[in-house]
Design a protein around this ligand. Sequence first.
Ligand SMILES: [Zn+2]
Ligand SMILES: [Zn+2]
Length: 720
Amino acid sequence: MAHLIPVLVQTPAHSQIGGALTYQSEASLPPGSLVRVPLGRRETLGVVWDGAPERDPALDASRLRPVSAALDGLPPLAPNWRQLVAFAARYYQRAPGEVALAALPPQLRDLSQAQLQRRLRRPPVSRTATASAPDGGASDTKSAADAQALALSPEQQAVMEQLRQGNGTFLLFGATGSGKTEVYLQCVQELLQREPSAQALVMVPEINLTPQLQQRFLARFAPVFGADAVVSLHSGMTNPQRLRSWLAAHLGTARIVLGTRMAVFASMPTLRLIVVDEEHDPSYKQQEGARYSARDLAIYRGQLEHAKVILGSATPSLESWHHSRPRAEGGRYTRLHMPSRVGDQSRLPLVRRVDMNHQPRRAVIAPPLLEAIRQRVAAGEQSLVFLNRRGYAPVLQCGSCDWKSACPHCSAYRVFHKIDRSLRCHHCGFAEPVPRACPQCGNLDIAPVGRGTERLQEHLAELLADLRRPGSQTPDAPLGSPVLVARIDADSTRRAGSLQSQLAQVHSGEVDVLVGTQMVAKGHDFRRITLVAAINADNALFSSDFRAPERLFSLLMQAAGRAGRDAAISGHSEMWIQTFQPRHPLFEALKRHDYPAFAERQLLDRAGAGLPPFSFQALLRAEARTQEAAQAFLDAASTAAQRQLADLPGFDQITLYPAVPMAVQRVANVERTQMLVESPSRKALQTFLTAWHGLLHTVRQGEAGRGLLRWAVDVDPLAI
Ligand SMILES: [Zn+2]
Ligand SMILES: [Zn+2]
């Protein structure tokens, strides 16, 4: 007799197919088995799911379609993995099939049985081939140093001891340069040596950070556990690479998986330790499809697997900080503290605030800051000038009429890029050459307004034009060579490999001053930079986004952390901040490198305003050709909730706010509107969202869904 088998397949977003589909099979297939099944006219990859198959009594079982094939040779996906997927789908309001199939390597879908068997038989990667540094010789010395466990500072030792003794989730609050990575490495090492089959997952926020981390882990562990023991998993890999890493993790040959947020779904049957480095980073939140937080799922997964979870940061998210308060006050994580930088003489950079109220009105770089940069150049040291806005100028404006370089498709201005003389929209990508004259009145005098990284680079090069690089005099250039001001941002690093080559230029000392966006503040080690300056730090102080101060503080702390990581010169490294609000508590706390004081004040504010982590939020977003259509859908969704869900347990704890257009209301001719749902109870919010989801489908099909292009629910949104 044929078995009835529930199978999850990839279904279109918001299709009415919520759970598993039922197929029949001659063989009994355990949950977690990967199968190929017919779906419509095509054949697709599916995962045999848990629970009894849905049986519609009216349906003749003999008419159910059979499973086409099982992927032989692959062990089933583990119960914990399936539970993780089911939880993520439920919590983030998506179909389990969408979450499950997105978590599998794309190539698995197209592999024939014969191809799969070949890959399963393929011998592991040769050790000699990969045990050497993967990125060539540039960091050989560092790799050699990484091959041995480093001697730990007393702070690191104390933290290690707490990690050995404890269980559950830990927040490792450690200053930049305090040696968090060494703690991760030694925790992983102890685990892998103690338990011969245990696996560890280490996550970082950015793809760019994975090569250097992989190199450190390989150097340390390849000699002990073999080169196959360490694999990466991130979206920058090719499909064959991803499949290879995924198989190694799933089969247990990989002991360590390094990756970005997608790695939280890696199939690791013997997972015992999860590290989430820079846990505060917004990149851990997926911004499309299932909008999951990989950090939050890591904590959930840790509980499921009884694995330790280490969240690391110098500026933790306020959520994690709050959850790591003392147990007696309700805290759930264990807070571990490493305040000091590792190494002699090393101390945190001095923070200097420049009161822009007392500087020449048009000064972009205040005179005292310029003088400080000139001194660094003269001493052969490097400076990093940080401005979070790329392009030459954010707007081009006509001097005689009111024309501005608005994007015709978005409610935003197009940015002037001088390098290719283009006007580019950073929201929809629409680009045109800069017009010769004002398109509205013909005036030739159209001028850039404001400043981006390109213009800042040009400006700094002019301000430093009279300087020569120390020691650069040669018979050919008796006066020496000019100062080099380089720039690293999303524009300068568009080509593959260009970020690496530009970073190498900075490391080799060819660059005197580096201009960059937040891209350079993250994770990269600039050992020779002794001065970091934030040119325009005030924007975030008055943002309508309640998370803006948290992000600014963490960005500035990270930027400061770039300065002087070489112990020999960190004695005089400095962080300069240009501000019109020098007495602002955020800058006061920054000056003292006092994250706890900053966090305490922010949490008080948030508690007073009933904001996360003291409440829980979700957004319903709608996109349509007209603002009216988007609004109509949200209004109808709200009305339906009030009318039909009023009896739901906990509904009295739900606040539905009115629909409002998003900050950039129109992008690529699509109008965007959102509605906030808030509750002091996570459970009440979850109950509500689940019940509401069904209603939303109905509203979508009805009159109020006309003209609607897309809708989505974002649970625990990061930007409101
Ligand atoms: Zn004009
Ligand atoms: Zn646009």
